[in-house]
Ligand binder design. Structure first.
Ligand code: HEM
Length: 407
């Protein structure tokens, strides 16, 4: 346990560290990767180069330090991050490395202001926080391994089928190369794919939501090809998967992870709202809910640019055709002439509160949503202004987590 003096030092220095946040985390990653280049195999370089990941880790350490005397209150946050760490294969022996370079960076950036007392207090606090993560992750590794069809680390899967779902999204059906069973998962969970791409110095790991319902003999991921945009290079991994990976090839996957999952004990009407490729966990939830809860009202709401970019449409419509309680609602921001001719969409423009009120006829529903950050901000603000309680709103960011609640 930390002394009250140490806790006092921690709490009084958090604001200073936050003020220097970007410089500290930049320095932290630079020095850590210089000394441990093998860690470059673990981190997402796209997130790094956009600076997104650079603040997430240190911010959580600062936030946790503020709650150092009641760490149980941050356990939900720890669990969500621990799922990601477990899915990536982060190990206990890597925590002291992160601690060493984070402290070193604090020292470098604060200079003389970083007294021995301050550095000692932060070293102790980091040790306690790291132990919480290590313990939670140990439990998750054990659970992933002992589950039927489960495994620890990465396992070889063969691409049994590759199908284009739209002009930018392609699905991969993945079966264990060892012929064994696949572990069960909860709709909404993701897997990590680890790739050795020819010509790349490091391996790349990416998370993809499982897009089919549980209980199939395969896992399916549906991957959006991230084309180059001004100021943003094309996605190395998604481009490789789309252009190079074919049926019969082998990919390495970690076991399903994640806390953004459908509550199948909940009987309230269900609204599944997605934007773009954020629909992948939603399709899994839709199919699972329709199979397990045939009496549940489900509104499946999706925003796409236009028909060509609208993935898995038929699949969702098939579910709706099989159940009078399931309805589908399409919102296109830039419909094509043929979308107009065929009446392919229900709303033109963007998802907004007045439309949501039309397609979800009750405030008593449970809402799940996923998509690009601006989309998520809009949906979250709309639901809150409609008076939907926080506990009935669940969402997931793709990429490093952000906060909508502060948005
Ligand atoms: C991701 C916090 C230790 C490797 C993250 C995220 C946070 C975080 C907040 C983002 C999660 C998300 O996007 O949902 C922490 C904290 C740590 C810690 C507070 C220490 C107490 C470590 C260690 C490693 C590690 C020891 C391994 C060297 C990663 C990686 C990611 C990640 C590879 C994914 C980043 C990416 O997408 O590039 N961590 N982490 N973390 N963490 Fe940690």
């Amino acid at each position: 346990m930390l002394s009250s003096r140490t806790i006092e030092i921690i709490k009084s220095t958090v604001p200073v560290l936050e003020r220097h946040g970007t410089s500290i985390t930049k320095r932290f990653y630079q020095t850590m990767f210089a000394a441990h280049p093998e860690l470059l195999n673990l981190f997402n370089h796209a997130n790094q180069s956009q600076g997104r990941q650079q603040t997430a880790l240190a911010n959580v350490v600062y936030a946790a330090a503020l709650h150092i005397d009641k760490l149980e209150s941050i356990l939900p946050v720890v669990k969500q991050i621990a799922h990601k760490h477990r899915s990536l294969g982060v190990t206990a022996d890597q925590y002291p490395i992160v601690g060493k370079y984070l402290l070193g960076a604090i020292k470098d950036v604060l200079g003389d202001a970083a007294t021995d007392d301050i550095l000692q207090a932060w070293a102790e606090a980091y040790g306690i926080i790291a132990n919480v993560f290590i313990q939670v992750e140990e439990g998750m590794y054990a659970q992933a391994e002992k589950q039927d069809g489960g495994w620890a680390g990465f396992r070889a899967f063969r691409v049994a089928r590759k199908t284009a779902e739209s002009d930018v999204v392609t699905s991969f059906y993945l079966v264990p190369a060892d012929g064994g069973a696949v572990a069960a998962f909860e709709p909404g969970q993701y897997i990590s794919v680890r790739l050795d791409i020819p010509g790349e110095a490091n391996t790349h790991i990416r998370q993809y939501s499982l897009s089919d319902a549980p209980g199939r003999p395969y896992y399916r991921i549906s991957v959006k090809r991230e084309d180059a945009l001004p100021g943003k290079p094309a996605g190395i991994v998604s481009s490789y998967l789309h252009a190079q990976v074919e049926e019969g090839d082998v990919l390495h996957l970690s076991a399903p992870a994640g806390e953004f999952v459908l509550d199948l004990a909940d009987k309230r009407p269900l609204a599944l709202i997605s934007g773009g490729v954020g629909l992948t966990p939603m399709v899994s939830m839709l199919k699972a809910a329709a199979e397990a809860q045939p009496d549940r009202e489900i509104a499946f709401i999706h925003a796409a640019r236009r028909g060509d970019a609208h993935a898995l449409r038929q699949e969702a419509e098939q579910v709706a055709a099989g159940s009078p309680r399931v309805s589908t609602h399409w919102c296109y921001s830039r419909p094509s002439a043929s979308d107009r001719e065929t009446g392919a969409f229900h709303k033109e423009g963007y998802v907004d509160l007045s439309w949501l009120k039309q397609v979800v006829p009750t405030t008593d529903a449970s809402f799940y949503f996923c998509g690009p950050t601006p989309f998520m901000k809009t949906v979250y603000a709309a639901l809150r202004s409609w008076g939907i309680a926080e506990e009935r709103i669940r969402f997931e960011f793709f990429g490093p987590s952000g906060s909508l609640r502060e948005a």
